[in-house]
Design a protein around this ligand. Structure first.
Ligand SMILES: C[S@@+](CC[C@H](N)C(=O)[O-])C[C@H]1O[C@@H](n2cnc3c(N)ncnc32)[C@H](O)[C@@H]1O
Length: 244
């Protein structure tokens, strides 16, 4: 079981068909969206348990529960074949994100949130040395983790090769690339974002079809990984919308 913490994440979980064992609500949280959550839970026949705020603080893993925690079934990761099936079923050009060892749960949550906003078909993460779906990630995604398929793979390079075999162009991001908005980013695309500390690893970079950079004129040498990811995702989204 996994804890889903915070109001938006719990609302999104209640909207989905995910199994929820119970919802714990702080006795001191009565206002606003808490009433909506309790109503939604009751309509679905889910047990609502009122607990003291101190107890909820102890249970919370994200430390930002906003007075509500749902105990839900574990997150279901996709495999790469299932991921590739999604754009086919929607009759859309594949649009994937590949995270090369993003370790900060807030970055992963924020990337999931933007991925949902731009209609990406899924995110590939490595099994090791990576943030995975935790209460903090779900909270940071504002509940978008319910909608964005995540695929955990043993080897990112092999996953990239598989995407390429399926006609996906792999776009890396680094400071030594071409300006992102001057490149054609339409068609089947897999966007690679490097780790917070080390960027994209050498082998992954060698397997990218091309590299793009987000121009910068300031003093710091790079952007935050989730910010960089959002900027390029929105350029891909803009170009895809324009080419429809
Ligand atoms: C914090 S940066 C990594 C910095 C790292 N010290 C390095 O040497 O590459 C994390 C990731 O965000 C993306 N990124 C950040 N700033 C970028 C920029 N200006 N252009 C393209 N990608 C960028 C890249 O994917 C990068 O690997």
């Amino acid at each position: 079981m996994i804890k889903i913490e915070g109001r938006n994440p719990v609302i999104e979980a209640l909207k989905s068909d995910r199994y929820i064992e119970k919802i714990m609500v702080s006795t001191s949280a009565k206002e606003g969206s808490i009433n909506k959550i309790v109503k939604m839970a009751k309509e679905k026949g889910i047990v609502v348990q009122y607990v003291d705020k101190v107890k909820l603080n102890e249970i919370s893993q994200s430390h930002s529960h906003q007075g509500v925690i749902a105990i839900a079934s574990d997150y279901k990761y996709f495999d790469i074949d299932e991921l590739l099936q999604i754009p086919k079923e929607k009759n859309e050009d594949p649009f994937f994100i590949i995270l090369d060892e993003i370790t900060d749960p807030h970055n992963l949550g924020s990337i999931i949130r933007t991925a949902d906003a731009v209609g990406a078909h899924g995110i590939i993460i490595p099994k090791r040395r990576s943030a995975t779906i935790t209460p903090t990630v779900i909270k940071s995604s504002a509940g978008a983790a319910e909608y964005v398929p995540i695929c955990k793979v043993t080897n990112i390079v092999n996953a990239i090769k598989k995407l390429k075999e399926n006609g996906v162009w792999i776009v890396g991001t680094d400071m030594d690339g071409d300006i992102h908005y001057e490149k054609d980013l339409t068609g089947a695309v897999g966007l690679v974002i490097g780790s917070e500390g080390f960027g994209i690893s050498r082998l992954v970079k060698e397997n990218c079809d091309f590299i793009v950079k987000i121009p910068m004129v300031g003093n710091v040498s790079s952007l935050n990984a989730s910010v960089a990811c959002s900027i390029v995702l929105y350029e891909i989204f803009r170009q895809r919308e324009k080419s429809r």
